[in-house]
Ligand binder design. Structure first.
Ligand code: NAD
Ligand code: UDX
Length: 481
């Protein structure tokens, strides 16, 4: 029986390994992590992450050929293939701070593999890493090799949260990069044979190591660039009376452009886009490609602009002050169908409003109060460090905040309501009831274009929808920078 071990039981390691276990009953899969709490949760009925369809797969395989354990060394030493799916955060200090990937967790995993291995291994980069990381890992492993042979493969993951199971069962492609040597090709074939259990051969792409590593950064940069492009257009739509939904439909029907990923929003979030683009920018700069780096940096700048533009619009519409006013926040996760809040635009919007002395009442169907408090008291980039290393939330910094468990409660006696995540339930709320419970004039700021703005206006709301023609009220308010 082939044995696989995955180091890192997170959003990628957990679901990916669960699917491998389901599709390959003859493979024994162990997912290991240094976080005791995470592993306990994977072994319980309350999995540590919310992902539609994940529970069913875990329940089917756990205890048969899928195991979750903190005994990292034992499982690594026994495995034939070791996936490494640990955090690769943005560096917060030192050389490259604020841009470069922090490979501390990766390096410590690699050193541990070198220490405990007693047999040949294929080591698979599952984390998103800078180009040429495989070379560094190879050096760490072979330096301590004790005669053991290691093959390093790059097998970046393209799943998106909220649709992870669907993406894993039916991926657009699986990418495997390896050394162009006989041993390298053999290792690529071994990993390919795992995926071939359920992925059609033509969708398994094999490249050299550096192409695979760079393709992951490039794919995320391209996706994020589409969102920043449509968000940049949304600002122009508001200024000109065009409607961003109509513009993106018209643009997206060109088959060369395509219709996906053109939804204007309050900004993109998630653990990957910003981190990976910053990493790409840093690599460009290290290679003397300043202009190329500046091009990609602009994608992040437009995203930051979109978030601050939203806050500015809100404050200026409400007579230029939200001091002491209650603002209801609907949605905190970075997108629907996940409880993940990493880099969610809600953090910047809420911090902006708190900075303007607003009182916030936040509701999200999947995010816990503890997480929200933690997010709003954490420094930039600190979030991507294993949870047990993160500081506890500081109540002092979040005095103006209440987390509630109902959209109606969030809206009660509020002056304004912001929609920051596109949860389906926000489409069908009783907005008349909400209107009646709010101070007047009652505002709705829809950062996801999920509410029916016309219906809400009929009720009496003043509505702002990203990239849509402005209400006369909003037009009359001072221009937003
Ligand atoms: P995560 O934080 O959810 O999980 C990482 C896990 O690794 C944590 O549980 C942490 O405790 C564990 N860990 C860290 N160092 C360890 C060590 N030395 N030994 C054992 N366990 C260790 O992160 P994630 O979202 O799963 O992302 C992992 C990687 O995959 C990142 O590089 C990310 O960029 C990439 N990625 C993420 C996504 C996504 O949607 N989240 C998609 C594609 C790629
Ligand atoms: C992304 C990539 O899609 C995935 O391939 C990669 O493996 C990890 O990073 P993820 O961050 O989980 O996945 O979600 P995604 O669906 O890409 O959404 C990212 C952010 O962009 C969310 O905040 C989402 O709301 C926003 N978004 C997405 C938009 O604002 N408009 C869109 O049209 C699409």
């Amino acid at each position: 029986m082939v044995k696989i071990c995955c180091i890192g039981a997170g959003y990628v390691g957990g679901p990916t390994m669960a699917v491998i276990a389901l599709k390959c009953p003859s493979i024994e899969v162990a997912v290991v992590d240094i976080s005791v709490a995470r592993i306990q949760a994977w072994n319980s009925s309350e999995l540590p992450i919310y992902e539609p369809g994940l529970d069913e797969v875990v329940n089917q395989c756990r205890g048969k050929n899928l195991f979750f354990s903190t005994d990292v060394e034992k499982h690594v030493s026994e495995a034939d293939i070791v996936f490494v799916s640990v955090n690769t955060p943005t560096k917060t200090r030192g050389l490259g701070a604020g841009k470069a990937a922090d490979l501390t967790y990766w390096e410590s995993a690699a050193r541990m593999i070198a220490d405990v291995s007693k047999s040949d291994k294929i080591v698979v980069e599952k984390s998103t890493v800078p180009v040429k990381t495989a070379e560094a890992i190879e050096r760490i492993l072979t330096h301590n090799s004790k005669g053991i042979s290691y093959q390093i493969l790059s097998n970046p993951e393209f799943l998106a949260e909220g649709t992870a199971m669907k993406d894993l069962f039916n991926p657009d492609r699986v990418l495997i990069g390896g050394r162009e040597t006989a041993e390298g090709r053999k290792a690529v074939e071994a990993l390919k044979s795992v995926y071939a259990q359920w992925v059609p051969q033509e969708r398994i792409l094999c490249t050299n190591l550096w192409s695979a590593e760079l393709s992951k950064l490039a794919a995320n940069a391209f996706l994020a660039q589409r969102i920043s492009s449509v968000n940049a257009m949304s600002a122009l739509c508001e200024a000109t009376g065009a409607d961003v939904s109509q513009v993106s439909h018209a643009v997206g029907t060109d088959s060369r452009i395509g219709s996906k990923f053109l939804n204007a929003s309050v900004g993109f979030g998630g653990s990957c886009f910003q981190k990976d683009i910053l990493n790409l920018v840093y690599i460009c700069e290290c290679n003397g490609l300043t202009e190329v780096g500046n091009y990609w940096k602009q994608v992040i700048k437009v995203n930051d602009y979109q978030k601050s533009r939203f806050v500015n619009r809100l404050v200026s519409s409400m007579f230029n002050t939200v001091s002491g006013k209650k603002i209801g926040i609907l949605g905190f996760a970075f997108k629907k169908d996940t409880g993940d809040t990493r880099e969610t635009p809600a953090i910047d919007v809420c911090k902006g409003l708190i900075g303007d002395k607003a009182h916030l009442s936040i509701y999200d169907p999947q995010v816990t109060e503890d997480q929200i408090l933690r997010d709003l008291s954490m420094n930039k980039f600190d979030w991507d460090h294993p949870i047990h290393l993160q500081p506890p939330p500081s109540p002092a910094s979040v005095k103006q905040l209440r987390v509630v468990w109902d959209a109606y409660e969030a809206a009660k006696e509020a002056h304004g309501l912001c929609v920051l995540t596109e949860w389906d339930e926000f489409k069908t709320l009783d907005y008349k009831r909400i209107f009646d419970s709010m101070h007047k004039p009652a505002f709705v700021f829809d950062g996801r274009n999920v509410v029916d703005a016309e219906k809400l206006r009929e009720i009496g709301f003043i509505v702002y929808s990203i990239g849509k023609p402005l209400d006369p009220w909003l037009k009359d308010m001072p221009a937003v920078a």
